[in-house]
Write a protein that binds this ligand. Structure first.
Ligand code: NIG
Ligand code: FE
Length: 419
C-alpha cells in the first residue's frame, strides 16, 4: 500500500476472527463465511471500508503514513461480525400485552383474541392514547437495547395508529430515530415501513371497505415520502388477498417497495401475492405451500422467518431447511412487537433457528446479516464486511465464532461499532 493511500477515519485492529460474510472471496479469508484471523479493517473518511487485511501490516502502514492522527479501535482479539440487520419489527408502540400472553398459556389462541377486538387493537388503543413524547421515549429506550444486542440496522413498521393522525405520528418518530446523533442510542440505521393494513380499526368495523379506501386514497399518498416500504397483514383475521393486492398495487405505483405478512396463521395467499407483485420480502410463511415457495423463488422474493412468533405463540416452528431446499434466500428477524414476539434479541432468533428450524451456524449468521440486508434491499451497502460497504460491526465478547448459537440465553455482544 502506498503512503498517500492512507486516508482513514479509523482503523479497527487486533480482530481475532473477522467473520466477514463476504459474498466475494477475500484474499486471506477462508470458508463459506470468509473468516479472517488476526485481521484489521481500514475505514475511509466517508465511513466506507477501504481495506481488509492482516493486522501486522498496520504498524508498517502507520509508520510510513503522512496522516498525522488516526482513530485506532482495538478489538482485543475478539470476534467481529457485521452488525445484525433486523428487517422486521413493530417497535413503536405503547402499553404491553402481558395479560394476553398469559391467557394464551391457558389455551386462548391469538386468532381468538383478534376476533374479540383485542390483540393488535389493544396496542392500537394504548398507542393512540400516548403522546408523541412518550412514544419517542419508549422507542429510544428500546433502540438502546436493540443496539446492545448487536443490531446496527432495524426496520420499523407503523400499524398501531390505524388512522391518519397516529400513523403519521409514528412515521415521524421512526424517521427521527434514523442515524440521529442527538439521541442517546447513538447511530442506528432505521428503515421506515407503513403498515396501515395491520388491522381494521373499531370505527370502521362495519365498513371495512371504507378503511381500505382510506389507506389507498389518503394514507399511501400522504406517507410516500416518509416510508420506504409498504407492508400488509394478509390473513383471515386481517386483510384479504384482494384488499392487499389493491393496497400494494397503489403503494408500488407511488414508489414504495413492498413487504407482506404472509401465511402466518392460515394458508391465506400472502406469499403468492408477494411473488405476483414483486415484493422484496414475504414474512412468516408458516403455512406457505410448496407451490407458493416456488413462486417466491421465481420472483426473487426474500423469505423472512420470525422464530420469536413460534416461541411466543407456541406454534410449530416453520422449517428453514424446507425453504432453503426450495432455493429461497432466507432472512431471520425478531418481529419485535408486544403481541407475538416481545424480543429485540437477534442472537435469540439465530439460536432458535439453529435449534428448532434446521439451520446451520453459517446459514443462521447469513440469514441475520446479509440476507436481512437483502430483505431491505440494502445488500449493496450493509450486511457484510467488504471493501466498499459501510463499517457497521458487532464486536463479540468471544474468541471463537463457533460459540454463537451454542452459548445461549446470554448477550454475547460487547458493543457495536458504526463508523
Ligand atoms: O408480525 N401479525 C401481524 N403483526 C405482528 C403481530 C402484531 C401484534 O400482535 O401486535 C406479527 O406477528
Ligand atoms: Fe410482524
Amino acid at each position: 500500500m502506498e503512503k498517500q493511500q492512507l486516508q482513514a477515519r479509523a482503523i479497527v485492529r487486533n480482530i481475532g476472527q473477522l467473520v466477514s460474510i463476504a459474498q466475494a472471496p477475500i484474499v486471506g479469508a477462508s470458508g463459506s463465511l470468509q473468516v479472517y484471523t488476526n485481521a484489521a479493517i481500514i475505514v475511509d473518511n466517508e465511513g466506507a471500508i477501504s481495506w481488509i487485511g492482516p493486522d501486522h501490516e498496520i504498524d508498517e502502514l502507520l509508520a510510513c503514513s503522512e496522516q498525522q492522527t488516526v482513530n485506532i479501535v482495538d478489538a482485543y482479539g475478539c470476534v467481529v461480525t457485521p452488525g445484525f440487520v433486523d428487517s422486521h419489527t413493530h417497535l413503536v408502540f405503547a402499553g404491553d400485552r402481558a395479560e394476553e400472553f398469559h391467557l394464551r398459556r391457558q389455551g386462548m389462541s391469538y386468532g381468538e383474541l383478534l376476533r374479540q377486538g383485542r390483540g393488535i387493537l389493544t396496542t392500537m388503543n394504548a398507542t393512540r392514547n400516548a403522546s408523541q413524547e412518550v412514544l419517542l421515549d419508549l422507542a429510544v429506550e428500546r433502540l438502546a437495547s436493540v443496539r446492545a444486542h448487536g443490531t446496527t440496522t432495524v426496520e420499523i413498521k407503523t400499524g398501531y395508529g390505524l388512522n391518519m393522525e397516529v400513523e403519521e405520528r409514528c412515521l415521524q418518530i421512526i424517521n427521527s430515530l434514523n442515524c440521529n446523533p442527538s439521541l442517546p442510542h447513538e447511530h442506528i440505521r432505521v428503515v421506515p415501513t407503513f403498515l396501515g393494513a395491520h388491522s381494521v380499526p373499531p370505527e370502521y368495523r362495519t365498513q371495512r371497505a371504507a378503511y381500505v379506501e382510506l389507506v389507498v386514497e389518503e394514507m399511501l399518498p400522504a406517507f410516500a415520502e416518509m416510508a420506504r416500504f409498504c407492508d400488509v397483514y394478509c390473513e383471515n383475521e386481517a386483510f384479504s388477498v384482494e384488499e392487499c393486492r389493491r393496497i400494494l398495487t397503489r403503494a408500488r405505483d407511488l414508489g414504495y417497495q413492498l413487504k407482506v405478512h404472509a401465511d402466518q396463521l392460515n394458508p391465506s395467499g400472502g406469499s403468492r401475492l408477494a411473488a405476483e407483485l414483486g415484493a422484496v420480502s414475504a414474512d412468516h410463511l408458516d403455512h406457505a405451500s410448496d407451490a407458493d415457495l416456488d413462486a417466491m423463488r421465481e420472483a426473487g422474493v426474500i423469505a423472512t422467518l420470525l422464530p420469536g412468533c413460534s416461541y411466543t405463540l407456541r406454534s410449530p416452528y416453520p422449517s428453514a431447511r424446507r425453504l432453503l431446499d426450495h432455493g429461497l434466500t432466507v432472512a431471520l428477524a425478531t418481529d419485535y412487537n408486544p403481541g407475538t414476539s416481545y424480543s429485540e434479541n437477534m442472537q435469540m432468533m439465530l439460536g432458535l433457528a439453529m435449534s428448532a428450524m434446521g439451520m446451520s451456524l453459517e446459514e443462521a449468521l447469513t440469514a441475520t446479516t446479509i440476507n436481512g440486508a437483502r430483505a431491505l434491499a440494502l445488500q449493496d451497502q450493509i450486511g457484510s464486511i467488504e471493501v466498499g460497504k459501510r463499517c457497521e460491526l458487532a464486536l463479540w465478547s468471544i474468541h471463537d465464532y463457533h460459540e454463537i448459537g451454542y452459548h445461549f440465553g446470554v448477550n454475547l455482544i460487547q458493543s457495536i461499532l458504526v463508523l
